[in-house]
Design a protein around this ligand. Sequence first.
Ligand code: KG4
Length: 338
Amino acid sequence: MSVTILGIESSCDDTSAAVIRDGILLSNVIASQSVHEEYGGVVPELASRAHQQNIVPVVDAAINRAGITKNDLSAIAFTRGPGLLGSLLVGTSFAKGLSLGLRIPIIDVNHLHGHVLSHFVRRKPDDEVPGFPFLCLLISGGNSQIILVRSPKEMEILGQTIDDAAGEAFDKCAKVMGLPYPGGPHIDRLAAEGNPKKFHFSKPRIPELDYSFSGLKTSFLYTLRDNVKLNPDFIKENKADLAASLQHTIIEILLEKLDMAVRRTGVSTVAIGGGVSANSGVRQAVAKYCADNGLKAFIPERAFTTDNAAMVAMAGHFKYLDKDFCRYDQAPFARVTV
Ligand code: KG4
């Protein structure tokens, strides 16, 4: 009997639904919400409302594009947290209602597990997936973690940020430069044209495998402030070099601890995930680091770096095999780590 999972993701500002059959992706539909652009960040109440508007058509499209009917589904996996509570409630309630109607189980998924397990989503049966154990560098707008993944359900956080996440460092520095939100992709684009060695920003001295990005943010801010005093056009004239130098420093910080974790654990496989893993410089640097050290690298397709339901369906697939279902009295949660 094949296992067909509908995944639903509504943790932040993307409404997504996907269908996975026996680990092979049949569809992945994402409705992103443009309503937040003019506010310079996600507005929770607007996000919840947009999810309400999108959820039925998005799920319908995922089922149609997969070429199945809803009666073919084995279970419904949904993101239970972490995320915005009002957004999570939409996906959670919808999953519960649909599962009662179809008389199939629901499976709750930790969004962060989803990012880690996105590497197991295959488009065709012979696509390669990571072998256990492996290290996953999970870098997004809300998290920066190094996770030792022993199995789909055994994940240990070896290190994490003690203040800002890597994505916040990109976004906050981009904001100081006058770039739109979220700034990460803009920094990425500008960095391609700039000199990564032109400016030097302070790097944290944090023990063990934890990260810190707040010092870098302050150092970036002071560099801009001091130089703008001397030349009001400083930012405009140095946009690309500032972006390249910032990105270079963030990558150095990320790679230093990743290398430490590789040496400590002796793993031979490294994966990256989360929104910041879409960054061209990060992708190149991790691929090069792995090639230089004889490690296998798993760099996700860009479609799987941001929030998507394919990863939720994949995490649901693993839990389905363990018959690890969710009770109907379970509510979403806003905060948690892996
Ligand atoms: O995982 P994600 O979609 O959701 C949150 O955790 O919020 O990550 C969003 C983060 C934002 O900080 C965004 O600026 C960053 O990922 N991001 C990037 C790039 N694409 C998205 N940062 C750097 N370069 C990119 N190309």
